[in-house]
Design a protein around this ligand. Structure first.
Ligand SMILES: NC(=O)c1ccc[n+]([C@@H]2O[C@H](COP(=O)([O-])OP(=O)(O)OC[C@H]3O[C@@H](n4cnc5c(N)ncnc54)[C@H](O)[C@@H]3O)[C@@H](O)[C@H]2O)c1
Length: 141
């Protein structure tokens, strides 16, 4: 394993809700550094909400974490300050609420930060309808 090149060196998950936080947990369980994005808090530390979501992972039963220290591989981020962190992510998984207007707004916001060879995936339940409606020029799965 030591000399193998990882296909996904760094990942990002957009949305730190029920699905997004746990998807991030599975990625870091595999040793992949993961940037977890959430909306910025309006007051105080802008990363308050994403930090709360990361802390919440340690309380879930059964735990989605291989071991609690693995959360150190999750980088907390928000859309107001950290979109540039997407630039070198090989895999970006969108997992925000099931509202097409929210998703479209977000995809518009991130489009210029998706690397040429990055894979963009959505956790949407709306599937084909959603993928068909987005205007991204990048490859989406
Ligand atoms: N929960 C499930 O069992 C399940 C299963 C399969 C697929 N999904 C899909 O996964 C996605 C996420 O679902 P969930 O259950 O984690 O939802 P959730 O309600 O737990 O989390 C929604 C997330 O979206 C964020 N958000 C809200 N408005 C936003 C906006 N305007 N811009 C950016 N982010 C915004 C919230 O802050 C939150 O982090 C949805 O598309 C859902 O259909 C969910």
């Amino acid at each position: 394993m030591k000399n193998q090149t990882k296909l996904v060196r760094r990942a990002a998950v957009l949305g730190a809700g029920v699905m997004g936080a746990q998807i991030a947990a599975h990625l870091v369980n595999s040793g992949i550094e993961t940037v977890l994005f959430e909306l910025a808090a309006k007051e105080g530390d802008p990363n308050t909400m994403v930090k709360k979501a990361i802390a919440g992972l340690k309380k879930l039963k059964p735990s989605p974490l291989g071991f609690s220290q693995v959360t150190k591989l999750i980088i907390p981020a928000n859309y107001d300050q950290h979109l540039h962190l997407l630039d070198d992510c090989d895999l970006i998984i969108e997992a925000i609420g099931e509202r097409m207007d929210w998703k479209k707004d977000l995809y518009d916001k991130i489009e210029n930060h998706i690397g040429e060879n990055a894979i963009l995936a959505t956790n949407t339940s709306g599937g084909i309808v959603f993928v068909a409606s987005i205007s991204l020029t990048h490859r989406a799965i």
